[in-house]
Write a protein that binds this ligand. Structure first.
Ligand code: SF4
Length: 76
């Protein structure tokens, strides 16, 4: 899908974004911890049950509910 975030794009790489949070480089991104994902991030612009939703941190591209990046902020 054209509007999905590209893991290889510079902005994604800089934030360590992966569609599958378990693939995050935890050495490079120590903020990552199991259980943190886009679905429970404040920046996820969809319902937690949506498989994909826009994210402003990645240029309003769609990110996976199972993804993660270092801009993750716990949903209130
Ligand atoms: Fe996912 Fe949140 Fe990062 Fe956006 S800011 S890619 S919703 S972890």
């Amino acid at each position: 899908q054209a509007n999905r975030a590209d893991e290889a794009a510079p902005g994604s790489v800089a934030l360590g974004y992966k569609h599958d949070a378990s693939k995050v480089d935890a050495k490079k991104f120590p903020a990552y911890a199991a259980g943190k994902n886009c679905a429970n991030c404040m920046l996820y612009q969809g319902k937690a049950t949506d498989a994909w939703a826009d994210c402003a941190a990645l240029g309003n591209k769609q990110v996976s509910a199972k993804g993660w990046c270092m801009a993750w902020t716990k949903k209130a």
